[in-house]
Design a protein around this ligand. Structure first.
Ligand code: GTP
Length: 340
C-alpha cells in the first residue's frame, strides 16, 4: 500500500501565548509517536535533552529570520524534504511559527509544498486567555487568525476567573464556530487530539519504561487527565454510505469537530469502494484503501473534537447510509478530494 502521508501541523499564536510550551509538552508526551519539528530557533525548546531521550526524531531550524517572512515555498520544501521522504518513519511534523508569523502564509507554504510524502495537518492556534482582549485591540488581525484555526487552544486559563473564561469561549466560538476550542493550562493537551498515536507494543513485564512513558505518567499524576477536554466518537456500520451525503457531512461538520479519520465504504452505481478518509478542519482527503486492508469491509470513522454532541454526530452519520440505489456519478463528490 502507498505510504501514508505525514501530517504537517502548523502551530501559531501571538507572542508569549504558549507555543513553545505546547511544543515542549507534545515532545514530552509523544506516546510513541515519532515527531519531526521545524522551528525558527531552538533557543527555548529543550532540544538537547529531547534528543538524548529520543523524543525528537528529526528537526530543522531556521536560525535567522522569521519562518513565515524569510521562507518561500522552495525553502519550506527543502526543510520538509529532509524530514519527509520515502524511508522517513515520522508520524507527524510540527511547524512552530514565530509569534509574529501570519498563519495564512505558513499554511500556504505547507499546502503549496510539492513534497509527495506530506499532507497539511491543520492550524493549531494558541491563544493567551489573559492577553486576548488587549492583543485584539492592538492587533485586530488576531481575530482573523482565530477564524482560520482548526483547533484553538485557549491557554493560561489558570490565570482567569470563570466568568472571563465563559466570555472568552463564547467570543472564540463567534469568531470561529467550526473549530474545536480546548482550554488548557501550560498547553497541556492530549496529543491524540493532534496526531495519531501509533499502536506500538508497550513494555513487557520486567522491561524498563522509556523516558517518554515515565514523563507521560508523571504528567498524568500531577494534573488533570489530558483527555478531559475532548471527545472521540466512533461510528461503525457495514452498510455502504452515500458519497454525496458523506461529503456533505464532512463539509458541514458539527461544531467542535477537529479531526475525522477512518475507513468509509461508499456505494455508487454498481460499485462499492472503500477509502481511508482524513479531515482536519476544512481539509478533507480520501485515499483509496488497499485491497488487502483488513478494515475495508465496512465503515469505521472516529470523530474527534471538543464538547461534541454524540447523538447528533451519530444521527448525522447514520443518515449518510445509502438507503436507495445511488447513481454512479455520485462518486465524483469524493474524487474532488482524492490525491492527484
Ligand atoms: N500561568 C501560565 N503561564 C503559562 C502558561 N502557558 C505558558 N505560560 C508561560 O508563558 C510564557 C510564554 O510561553 P511560551 O511557550 O514561551 O510562549 P510562545 O508563544 O512560545 O512565545 P514566543 O516564542 O515569544 O512567541 C512562559 O513563561 C510560559 O511558562 C499557562 O497556561 N499558564
Amino acid at each position: 500500500m502507498a505510504k501514508t502521508r505525514i501530517p504537517v501541523i502548523v502551530v501559531a499564536g501571538f507572542l508569549g501565548s504558549g507555543k513553545t510550551t505546547l511544543l515542549n509538552h507534545l515532545l514530552r508526551n509523544t506516546r510513541g509517536a515519532r515527531i519531526g519539528v521545524i522551528v525558527n530557533d531552538f533557543g527555548s525548546v529543550n532540544i538537547d535533552a529531547m534528543m538524548v531521550a529520543g523524543q525528537v526524531d528529526s528537526m530543522m531550524s531556521l536560525s535567522n529570520g522569521c519562518l513565515c517572512c524569510a521562507v518561500d515555498v522552495s525553502d519550506m520544501d527543502a526543510m520538509l524534504d529532509k524530514l519527509a521522504h520515502r524511508s522517513s518513519d515520522l508520524d507527524v511534523i510540527v511547524v512552530e511559527a514565530s509569534g509574529l508569523a501570519e498563519p495564512r502564509n505558513m499554511i500556504r507554504l505547507v499546502v503549496g509544498s510539492e513534497n509527495e510524502f506530506v499532507t497539511y495537518g491543520g492550524l493549531v492556534l494558541v491563544v493567551d486567555a489573559v492577553e486576548f482582549d488587549a492583543t485584539c485591540e492592538r492587533h485586530p488581525e488576531l481575530e482573523q487568525h482565530v477564524a482560520l484555526a482548526d483547533l484553538v487552544l485557549l491557554n493560561k486559563v489558570d490565570r482567569i476567573d470563570s466568568d472571563t473564561h465563559d466570555e472568552l469561549l463564547s467570543r472564540l466560538c463567534r469568531l470561529n464556530s467550526r473549530a474545536a476550542v480546548v482550554s488548557t493550562e501550560h498547553a497541556r493537551i492530549d496529543p491524540a487530539l493532534l496526531f495519531d498515536i501509533p499502536e506500538r507494543p508497550g513494555p513487557q513485564p520486567g522491561e524498563q519504561l522509556t523516558l517518554d512513558q515515565l514523563l507521560y505518567e508523571h504528567d498524568e499524576d500531577d494534573h488533570t487527565h489530558l483527555h478531559d477536554g475532548y471527545d472521540a466518537i466512533t461510528f461503525e456500520t457495514t452498510d455502504a454510505l452515500h458519497p454525496r451525503a458523506l461529503v456533505d457531512f464532512l463539509e458541514n461538520q458539527p461544531p467542535g469537530v477537529f479531526r475525522i479519520k477512518g475507513y468509509v465504504r461508499v456505494a455508487a452505481g454498481l460499485r462499492t469502494s472503500t477509502y481511508l478518509v482524513h479531515t482536519v478542519g476544512d481539509h478533507i482527503r480520501f485515499d483509496p484503501a488497499g485491497r488487502a486492508d483488513a478494515a475495508s469491509d465496512g465503515t469505521r470513522l472516529v470523530v474527534i473534537g471538543a464538547d461534541l454532541d454524540t447523538d447528533d454526530v451519530r444521527d448525522r452519520l447514520g443518515r449518510c447510509v445509502a438507503t436507495e440505489p445511488v447513481s454512479g456519478d455520485a462518486m465524483y463528490a469524493i474524487h474532488r478530494f482524492t490525491p492527484r
